[in-house]
Design a protein around this ligand. Structure first.
Ligand code: CA
Length: 228
């Protein structure tokens, strides 16, 4: 599961430098030159992290960070602010806005990649590639294998991603739209009914090992994965 990083930077040379280094480090990279473009990208598919330049033409990176933090859908989106400013009060302002980290220009691409990894490990441990275990159920993202009680559970790629998301976000109710956003990366063009179909398949696959009961339907709301 390759994390997607959205880079918002208006200086082409820096954008290129960041993009090349992220790709080299194994990330998928989407680049935009303005906050407005970034909003369009985020509306259609949520990235896993945003690298956001502070100074942009039009809406500033700081204003976009504030907006992302104020909306339900993007509240938890990890943000790293890029800035040429070095004053202490600006750092404070940047972090108060809700940025997870802060990198001052000029920066070393290696350091930026290390910061991206650190923020993902902290904010989205499910993207770090470690195995997840709940009860008898164990999911290993490295080899895409799910096992329970010594048995391998065969899952399609979508059901695998869905189970992965549930196991890393248990005990919370998600609407169909939220699941489309988080698991499919698209809440606009896919019908919500698709979620029900995949949930049925996931339950059917978990049934033989007695783990299907964990996937609960919450009437009028969505679905919830029970860890207990
Ligand atoms: Ca700039």
């Amino acid at each position: 599961m390759t994390p997607t990083i959205l880079v918002v930077e208006d200086e082409p040379a820096i954008m290129e430098l960041v993009a090349v280094n992220l790709k080299h480090a194994g990330f998928l990279c989407v680049s935009t030159g303005s906050a407005e473009e970034a909003e369009t990208v985020i509306r259609s598919a949520l990235p896993d992290l945003v690298i956001l330049d502070w100074m942009l033409p039009g809406q500033s990176g700081l204003a976009l960070a504030k907006k992302l933090r104020s909306e339900d859908r993007t509240r938890d989106l990890p943000i790293i602010l890029l800035t040429a400013r070095v004053h202490e009060e600006d750092k404070v302002r940047g972090l108060e806005t809700g940025a997870d980290d802060y990198v001052t220009k000029p920066f070393s691409p290696k350091e930026l990649v290390a910061r991206v990894r650190a923020v993902l490990r902290r904010r989205a441990p499910h993207l770090a590639g470690e195995a997840v275990k709940i009860g008898d159920l164990q999911l290993n993202p490295a080899n895409h294998q799910v096992t329970a009680k010594g048995q391998v559970i065969e899952l399609g790629p979508t059901e695998f991603r869905l189970l992965f998301f549930f196991m890393t976000h248990p005990e919370r109710v998600y609407t169909r739209a939220q699941l489309l956003d988080e698991v499919w990366g698209d809440h606009v063009f896919i019908e919500e009914r698709t979620v029900d179909v995949r949930i049925r398949r996931l339950r059917a696959a978990l049934g033989p090992v007695g783990e299907d009961e964990r996937v609960k339907t919450v009437r009028g709301a969505g679905y919830c994965f029970q860890a207990g």
